[in-house]
Design a protein around this ligand. Sequence first.
Ligand code: BES
Ligand code: MN
Ligand code: ZN
Length: 496
Amino acid sequence: MTVLPTISFAKSAAPKKGTAVFLVAKGGKPPALAAEIDPSGVIARAMEVSSFDGKAKSVVDIVAPAGSPVDRILILGVGEPEKVGEGDWTALGGLLRGKTASDKAVSALLECEGMEISPEAAAGFAQGMLLRAYDFDKYKTKKKDNGDDKPVAQKATLMVDNTAAAKKAWSEAEGVARGIMLARDLVNEPANILGPVEFAARAEALSALGVEIEILTEKEMKKLGMGALLGVAQGSVRPPRLVVMKWNGGKAKDKPVAFIGKGVVFDTGGISIKPAGGMEDMKGDMGGAAAVTGLMHALAARNAKANVIGIIGLVENMPDGNAQRPGDIVTSMSGQTIEVINTDAEGRLVLCDALWYCKETYQPKFMINLATLTGAILIALGQNRAGLFCNDDELAGQIFESGEATGEKVWRMPMGPEYDKMIDSKFADMKNVGGRHAGSITAAQFLKRFVGDVPWSHLDIAGTAMSSPATDTNQSWGSGYGVRLLDRLVADHYEG
Ligand code: BES
Ligand code: MN
Ligand code: ZN
């Protein structure tokens, strides 16, 4: 079982036991307090011997000398002060946790010569420690309960200048970390355990935080005319759900902002079935819905002063005697008809009804959808940036900046009428694929036909949500990508 560290904040002082941690900026030296635990000047010597110069993420790891009250001393390089952003503090906290996972007591002095460490930076550092400790091991029956892998209940003490301010910032950042870990849990969970109904139940649990939940069943979606979403669901014995999460933290008269997530709990491709190799990854095809659910958790937990709607379309895409066929024509809630050329392009069919429903029901300030929508976005951008598609330059700019600040980065992709015409159909208003070229863009053009005049953005997170490379802040398959990005967007532009 994951044992998360217990984090507390204290006034700056010399660490008294366990592992002591100090920060050093590029070309700088350790804070004066370090001398108190270093009677023989071993820190300076070790820095010199290892040519440590404070470069970002460089580490000096020392067994404390006789006469010191602590056991181990870690010096972390912070890099050039003017280049250290919010995401870098989180990464640094994660790096520290990675180095000290089996240490019972860690005391880090968050002071650095030549730079001011804000309460938010300290909270980000703590967030990184928590996120790095996350481990999805609930199905490992041979628990690591002895030997070197024995999980330790770590007590981490972060020493700062202003403890009250750091504690306040942490109370918010911790809520965001919990939201990220919820999103990871949902992505990592296998599809036999997490069907649409079970996913809806996990979302429903957010009511404990004051999130209002509404769950639409198949019958209700039929009545609304959601023929595109229901066409995908019809091949599965497990019925679909559409979950609406509402967080009313803003003024009553304020229009809400809205986030919409693709929640395909498993994507076999349907009748246009996928090849067997790697198909197990398609348990993560609900990464968009997971991010929206994690985001709602984060916003509620930190009591965000905004009105926010989260909508997730939950279905399973299966081949079956009752599954939809290539060539079928379905009618979406908007009234527009769609020729289903490829049943594996199902995400857009789910999202188009969820987007239209959102727009009609809530007239939101903006809609942002997240979806593991296309393999093509992996070819274009790899695993470090999500594809950003947008009909509004201001919103696109805000999302881009939030990405740079948090480290959950995006890259804007082009859209336009020349791409839009690639999805015109011989038989219906549109078809669900546009051919081999520009696959991520034609998918976005499809969605755009369902958002009217609402400022809208689509984030293609097929490369960033799952199958994630190990980083300082994540060692798990699911990353929880999107929670931090969109929490920051709301915090910076849509609160108060
Ligand atoms: N869920 C997939 C996209 C995907 C691929 C997500 C790899 C994560 C990793 C999506 O439903 C899909 O199958 N897209 C097709 C679209 C094609 C049929 C036009 C694809 O990308 O191949
Ligand atoms: Mn698919
Ligand atoms: Zn899919």
